[in-house]
Design a protein. Structure first.
Length: 342
């Protein structure tokens, strides 16, 4: 129903406006007595065979919602009803910022993809914390970044401020230095500044008192040598793992007329490269740290491919938009079927 009726209707309108409308609709429908239970019954799969323990956390299933969808932690409780094992909020910055000017979100229908140049638009970490205080048991990842006006030399302060504000309210952290939509942000992926940034968080008094998993989200556009540096950095700093991958600046093989728009590309064209990065990291590290696989997951087969390549968990975003909420259920059903067949 979603792919043949709802999606064609929604895709007639501006994608950013549709995003806000969808948020309002999901919030409203969850207020109707009995609807939350119905949504959970339709889309959630509860089975001990889906449970995973990764970096010390217990996940009810390995399928999560990637950062960027619920930037400001406005809808995570309601979204969990669609069967997600975890929800990653953000990217959050210390101060509110509007992001880049519209138009900044583009569908590439022929490619089942999206290009965004949102630019870390969010209401600031403190506002998100107030909403996270209303968490009803959802496992939450906190994706953190720096404000656009903050120089790379001072970026560590921004990440530290977000870390401190979110510490009591998220289950794991994600250091985002790989978005292509904040000027010079990706330079923080270079070995020296990245080690300094991660060491700073790992040595924070809060972290030393009671460590929470810190993950690094990386770009798919890194070379093999840069990926080897990432493996070395994870081992050197002792962080919990890696999220592979963020959006790409590559436009190879695209058919849509929107392919020339600047920003980060997500969706089906990302599948192969994201999986290649997961496989490379897993092999180079000897499987010594967990990887969350994200990029081009539009079907159960896509998710299984990433798990077989070495991912411990997977996340969806663009696939959720193109395939609809049943995607999460179908992935979890396929995982159970695969497990039963072994």
């Amino acid at each position: 129903m979603y792919r043949y009726f709802i999606r064609p209707l929604l895709f007639q309108f501006d994608p950013e406006k549709v995003h806000h409308f969808t948020f309002s609709f999901i919030k409203w429908i969850n207020r109707i007595p009995g609807m939350r239970a119905l949504i959970t019954a339709l889309y959630s799969v509860k089975d001990p065979g889906l449970e995973r323990e990764v970096f010390g956390l217990k996940f009810s299933n390995p399928v999560g919602l990637a950062a960027g969808f619920d930037k400001d932690a406005r809808l995570y409780n309601e979204l969990s009803g669609f069967g997600f094992g975890f929800v990653e909020i953000g990217t959050l910055t210390p101060k509110p910022q509007p992001g880049n000017p519209p138009k900044r979100l583009f569908r590439l229908k022929e490619d089942s993809a999206i290009i965004n140049r949102m630019g870390f638009n969010n209401g600031g970490v403190e506002a998100a914390v107030e909403r996270l205080k209303k968490n009803k048991g959802v496992l939450i990842g906190g994706n953190i970044g720096k404000n656009k006006v903050t120089s790379n030399e001072e970026a560590g302060d921004d990440y530290r401020k977000c870390f401190e504000a979110l510490y009591a309210y998220v289950d794991y952290f994600v250091v985002n230095v790989s978005s292509p939509n904040t000027p010079n942000l990706r330079a923080l992926q270079d070995k020296e500044p990245l080690e300094q940034l991660l060491h700073g968080l790992q040595q924070h008094p809060l972290q030393l008192e009671r460590a929470k998993p810190i993950l690094l989200k990386i770009a798919p556009d890194l070379t093999d040598n840069q990926l080897r540096d990432i493996v070395a950095i994870v081992k050197e700093t002792g962080i919990a793992g890696v999220i592979a991958t963020n959006t790409t600046i590559s436009r190879e093989g695209l058919a849509s007329s929107n392919r020339s728009e600047t920003g980060g590309l997500s969706g089906k064209p990302m599948r192969e490269r994201s999986t290649d990065v997961i496989r490379f990291l897993h092999k180079e590290s000897g499987g010594s740290f967990p990887i969350i696989g994200v990029g081009g997951v539009h079907s159960p087969e896509d998710a299984l491919e990433k798990l077989e390549a070495g991912a411990s968990l997977v996340q969806v975003y663009t696939g959720f938009i193109y395939e609809g909420p049943s995607l999460v259920r179908r992935i979890n059903k396929a995982l159970l079927k695969t497990k039963a067949g072994k």
